[in-house]
Design a protein around this ligand. Structure first.
Ligand SMILES: Nc1ncnc2c1ncn2[C@@H]1O[C@H](COP(=O)(O)OP(=O)(O)OP(=O)(O)O)[C@@H](O)[C@H]1O
Length: 661
């Protein structure tokens, strides 16, 4: 049959199909033909030379698709190697149908350009009529557009197969296409091509997903244990507490099937709508521990809704923030700061500021609740600064008896007061010369000493008690407080001028209950304690980790530290189980995970049900220890002042004081 005759027949087929809807085999093709006539006003017989966008426009399209092109490169090249002997070309187009990547044989370049199977070609349906790329964009499904499926009579020699690539929000990102000029007449000959293209489109999509969510834990699920490592069918990115962040296309389908839909393109994202524990019957600790589970690092879980058995592996997060240029250059000196946190946004901001400030000649005020790591960050600042080989001297202004503070801080000359040593004493300030002076609980420093400290800071010299001549000192002062210094200034308990001297810059530490990297801290502290004890055998079981993650940590990192130390000291065998934790950490852990409340306040109360009732477990501990504050402080891993403060805040009055007027 001549080409002209074939083309005439093609037009007749289209017209017949449109007059007799439902007559042709593929509804997708029929819908596209109808669009070509009704919407785009195309004529199947009109010459349709390929349309190329100008080079500059092509570069703009390539720039916009750059992230995807980089990720897709390996997949596109691999696909091309598989099909090159069959004379196919590979095109990757953006979501508007512009070919931004092309692989085909050099020898047939002219032929490629003539038919539009080349870089920069516009394969949108609006322009090219029914074709694999354009129709795939419209219908968002994989398809083959074989010979006379094409709308334009000038394309009916081609066979083209395309599959959509979606971004993690379900939005079309790109189309992967393979096309050839010569192929068998039967469309069935392209069945295999369709499977191959779908497979590679999915690989590209998943590679893009893994890159975009590399800062999160990625749970990989599959119905087959043997294939879960290789196939990773369902990918679900989660926060450390199990909150669902995103899923790949298959994962979104799985979630929908279990009535946990993620928002579609353009839909508002309900904040923290679902948790992985809503999907599978598992402790979050068990999910996060999958990497260390068994020989094959695969764990089995059942879904809540349909009781389907799924096998899981876990990809652990890489660091979410790329280091700054400075951080990269000075990596090793910054290690003491870097290791204090993982990917908690507030901590990362604090650490970035600390890194910038570490060698600046200004004093720093660290603000945070008790036990949040104020001394630890002060030491890390010192260790990462140029002063690291000079002394770090820490003073707790609240713990030192008032009568001793002055002599301890400033030192004294021999025999300068009754009871003084005959040799005199070098004060702590002078001992810190060249290094860092850390003043903890600065809000508790008596007013009279504040005045003397101010003089030291202003004049950079210290006058020991009984001395006639001051000593020059070179100090970096880091002060810390959990108190509201501005409030103390207003009440006249803290000198405003000293506040400004100390507060050259401030660093704020979030409480442990608000940190997004609790899991990292738990693992890190656990390792540190193991090293301290000279053992490395034991591991934290998943449900123990869950209990630790759920507990609201009123005593912050210090309490966590004590809880882990206690558990390591009392556990038996090689596993630390929930029962090894101090009682208060497990009191709320018996609730079924799926029944756990979701609001942040409720979440805080999960490990601490008494809090949810407006009570405090402190009551129980006080009663148990007959109101012996030291014993309660020991049991809860808190300091005595913290216990007193907490009692005051909660209005707890010991029985022997209750009748007082
Ligand atoms: N980022 C961290 N990584 C590991 N351990 C930490 C971290 N921060 C603090 N800790 C540990 O937590 C405990 C309390 O830390 P630190 O003494 O620095 O807190 P603080 O805020 O100065 O306490 P306080 O308010 O009572 O003076 C210590 O055992 C410390 O080693």
């Amino acid at each position: 049959m001549s080409t002209a005759q074939t083309q005439r027949e093609h037009v007749a087929t289209i017209l017949h199909a449109l007059e007799n809807p439902g007559g042709i085999e593929h509804a997708v093709i029929e819908r596209s033909w109808r669009r070509c006539i009704d919407r785009y006003g195309l004529d199947p017989t009109a010459p349709s030379p390929p349309r190329y966008v100008p080079d500059r426009t092509l570069r703009e399209h390539q720039d916009q698709a750059d992230a995807l092109i980089q990720v897709a490169r390996a997949g596109v090249e691999q696909l091309y190697r598989q099909i090159t002997s069959l004379d196919y070309v590979v095109l990757l187009t953006d979501a508007r149908g512009i070919a931004v990547q092309f692989l085909g044989s050099n020898s047939a370049q002219r032929e490629h350009q003539r038919t539009g199977l080349y870089l920069g070609a516009d394969w949108s349906e609006e322009h090219a009529g029914t074709c694999a790329v354009g129709t795939c964009i419209q219908e968002q499904v994989p398809l083959t557009c074989h010979h006379s499926d094409h709308f334009s009579a000038h394309h009916i020699q081609l066979t083209c197969t395309a599959a959509p690539v979606f971004d993690p929000d379900g939005q079309l990102l790109a189309v992967l296409d393979i096309s050839a000029y010569r192929s068998p007449e039967s469309k069935a000959s392209q069945t295999f091509a369709l499977q191959v293209v779908k497979h590679y489109a999915r690989m590209i999509e998943d590679a893009f997903f893994l890159q975009r969510y590399s800062g999160y834990h990625i749970v990989c699920l599959d119905r087959s244990r043997e294939f879960v490592q290789i196939n990773r069918r369902y990918l679900i990115a989660i926060e450390e507490d199990g909150t669902l962040v995103a899923a790949n296309t298959a994962g979104r389908k799985l979630l929908r099937h279990h009535e946990l839909p993620l928002p579609g393109p353009g839909e508002a994202r309900p904040f923290r709508a679902w948790n992985i524990q809503d999907l599978i019957d598992a402790e979050i600790g068990d999910v996060l521990d999958t990497q260390h589970y068994g020989d094959d690092r695969v764990r089995a879980f059942r879904t809540h809704r349909h009781h389907e058995l799924h096998f899981a592996t876990l990809i652990e997060p890489q660091r979410r923030r790329a280091p700054t240029g400075e951080t990269r250059r000075q990596d090793s000196s910054l290690a003491p700061l870097e290791t204090l946190a993982d990917d908690d946004p507030a901590m990362r901001d604090t650490l970035t500021r600390a890194a910038r400030l570490r060698n600046e000649p200004i004093n720093i005020l660290v603000i945070g609740e008790t036990g949040t790591g104020k001394e630890r960050i002060a030491r890390a600042l010192h260790d990462s600064s140029r002063r690291h080989d000079k002394p770090f001297v820490a003073i707790n202004c609240a713990a030192m008896p008032e009568s001793l503070i002055e002599s301890e801080l400033f030192g004294y000359e021999p025999g300068s007061f009754t009871g003084a040593s005959s040799k005199g004493m070098k004060g702590l300030i002078a001992q810190a010369d060249g290094g860092t002076l850390f003043l903890d609980e600065i809000g508790d420093m008596p007013l009279q000493l504040q005045t003397r400290l101010l003089r030291v800071l202003a004049e950079e010299e210290v006058l020991p008690i009984g001395a006639s001549r001051p000593l020059k000192v070179d100090l970096r002062v880091v002060a810390a407080t959990h108190r509201d210094l501005r409030g103390l200034i207003e009440s006249g308990d803290f000198r405003e001028d000293l506040f400004y001297r100390l507060n050259g810059a401030s660093l704020r530490l979030p409480p442990l209950r608000e940190r997004a990297d609790k899991g990292y801290l738990i693992r890190r502290l656990f390792k540190e304690l193991q090293t301290e004890r000279g053992e490395s055998q034991s591991r934290l079981r998943g449900d123990t980790m869950s209990a630790l993650l759920a507990y609201p940590w009123p005593g912050n990192i210090r309490e966590l530290h004590n809880a882990l130390r206690y558990a390591l000291a009392t556990h038996e065998g090689n596993e630390v189980v929930v029962g090894d934790l101090p009682e208060e950490c497990i009191s709320g852990h018996l609730a079924h995970p799926a029944a756990q409340p979701r609001s942040s306040l409720d979440r805080l109360a999960v490990g601490y049900p008494a809090l949810a009732r407006g009570e405090d477990p402190l009551h129980d501990a006080l009663r148990k220890h007959h109101w012996n504050i030291s014993a309660v402080a020991r049991e809860l891993g808190l300091s005595r002042p913290t216990i007193y403060r907490r009692m005051k805040r909660l209005g707890i009055v010991p029985p022997h004081q209750q009748d007082a007027p």
